[in-house]
Design a protein around this ligand. Sequence first.
Ligand SMILES: Nc1ccccc1C(=O)C[C@H](N)C(=O)O
Length: 281
Amino acid sequence: MPGFILFREPYGPHPLQTMDLHLPTYKLRTFEDKMWIIFIHGGAWRDPANSKADATSLLHALIHTPQNTTLCGATLNYRLSPSARAPDNTARHPDHIADILTAVTFLQHRYHFGRNYILVGHSAGATLALQSLRSIYNGKNIDSIIPSAEGSFLPGGLPRAVVCTEGIYSLPDLVAEYPDYAEFVSNAFGPPSQTWFDASPACLPGWKSEYDGRIVVVQSREDELLSLHQATGFKAMLEAEGARVDLVELATGKHDEVFKRGELVTIVKGVLDELKASLTR
Ligand SMILES: Nc1ccccc1C(=O)C[C@H](N)C(=O)O
């Protein structure tokens, strides 16, 4: 029976530049057969109540099982924008996405998983997961904002799948639907400008040609902070381009409950099983 190890690993000097790693001890020194799940938490780019710990139940359910010898997990903290509870935080876009790319690059350099990983993002973490798949933001090549990228955007390649839940895909649509959210959007992205479009996955054309992996969008109808609008809008945009996307609507689950629930475990497990089947064929 495999055992498990769980440890905290810094990927930069800031106290929030840390991640938790969940690894089966089984043949830890062989990397070739491993598949990784990398979780990115949400919280409107600022809320200190959301953190890498949001993935605890998901990673326990998927990784800490008697059968698991190959699935490894990482859950990322990243620098946050200021909030009433944490006024000293100073991050502004693109700091959040730069940290995500630095963290994934750090993991890739250490564990050499190539494309054998999936990203799972909740809320603003879903936005970050999708942003990390595309190399151009705000007219700048994102390589130029990641100090550790060493000239290569996500070395090892893009993830085979990305699972987004309760995600924010279009900042302009979000604020049109919920004018109050302009506060946290401006807090993270500055006052309304082209940056809001450039940073929004649903406003960025070219998904079909730029990303060949699987995109799964999950949205609960009981989410009290987001209607289905973000999810259906992103799906319509991808389908108009001819890109593949699966939208899974959940009947229940509040915004900050979905990542703790069994439905998400089942969805992520389904994606992993399909990948495993397609990779061994
Ligand atoms: N992720 C979100 C998506 C949509 C609307 C709100 C949120 C929030 O996280 C609110 C958060 N508690 C805040 O710091 O205001």
